[in-house]
Design a protein around this ligand. Structure first.
Ligand SMILES: Nc1ncnc2c1ncn2[C@@H]1O[C@H](COP(=O)(O)OP(=O)(O)OP(=O)(O)O)[C@@H](O)[C@H]1O
Ligand SMILES: [Mg+2]
Length: 246
């Protein structure tokens, strides 16, 4: 469980997050939505400990740093490392030499890396470098890296951003599959409400640095405050969004 109380965050004179109270429960798949620039990525980085908030508290019951992982919006793969070594990175505490992992280390992490690469359908691409992959494949590598250590908390920043509908569906299905398999707490940022809302159990909405809605997906379009309703109905056509998948 991660809980934040009255988080405020500024970059210089620009305030990005203002007075956020939030809770991420264990073993729950939650969504985080909000217009571009509303502070979603900054908020995830605060939850992951990448940034310290200007004020407010982040409280969690997580003792090892490997129990919380962040999939960066921009992917953040290492261009010179193979897919295998990119995915192995969290398992060796980032200690990957430029010429790859030595055989002694490889042995101890191989099963875990191969298993997750199998999940994301990239076993055959294990020894390619990121430049040889499509955008969707790179996203799957990032997802595999975020989940290879089986973290108790996975913060996934817009994993379908810029992907076509088929590649987006593949990524969303993988997230749901991995969630069902070992039930981490997942906070999933997406602009794609049509794919997000059916799979999450809870949704949070950020608007202009404030958390304006936290609750069930059923009520987001009906009961959220006026500006969320405006944001949701103007930016996204929600017709055809079914109830969430079990
Ligand atoms: N390191 C930084 N220094 C200064 N300003 C920043 C920094 N990181 C983010 N910001 C600003 O904080 C605001 C929120 O940015 P953030 O990246 O969290 O938005 P977002 O909701 O993730 O948007 P998007 O949906 O486009 O990814 C933006 O105005 C951005 O310019
Ligand atoms: Mg972002």
């Amino acid at each position: 469980m991660i809980k934040v109380q009255n988080i405020r965050h500024s970059f210089g004179s620009k305030t990005v997050l203002r007075g956020i109270d939030f809770q991420l429960e264990d073993a729950t798949l939650s969504g985080l939505i909000g217009p571009t620039g509303s502070g979603k990525s900054v908020f995830l980085k605060i939850l992951a400990g990448v940034y310290h908030p200007t004020s407010g508290e982040v409280i969690h019951n997580i003792d090892r740093s490997s129990d919380i992982s962040l999939m960066f919006q921009e992917g953040a793969l290492f261009d010179s490392l193979t897919v295998f070594d990119n995915v192995a990175f969290p398992l060796v505490d980032g200690d990957v030499p430029a010429d790859g992992l030595p055989e002694s280390v490889l042995c101890s992490v191989r099963d875990q890396v191969e298993e997750i690469l199998g999940h994301v359908g990239l076993k055959k691409a294990a020894f390619k470098i990121p430049a040889q992959l499509s955008g969707g494949m790179r996203r799957r590598v990032s997802l595999a890296r975020a989940l290879v250590s089986r973290p108790r908390v996975a913060l996934l920043d817009d994993p379908t951003c810029g992907l076509d509908p088929v590649a987006s569906s593949v990524i969303m299905d993988l997230i749901v599959e991995l969630y069902k398999e070992y039930k981490p707490a997942i906070l999933l940022v997406s602009h794609d409400l049509r794919r997000l809302l059916p799979v999450v159990e809870k949704v949070h909405a950020l608007f202009d640095g404030k958390l304006v809605y936290s609750g069930s997906t059923d009520q987001i379009s009906q009961q959220a405050e006026g500006y969320v309703e405006h944001f949701v109905s103007c930016r996204y056509d929600l017709s055809g969004v079914e109830g969430r998948a079990s």
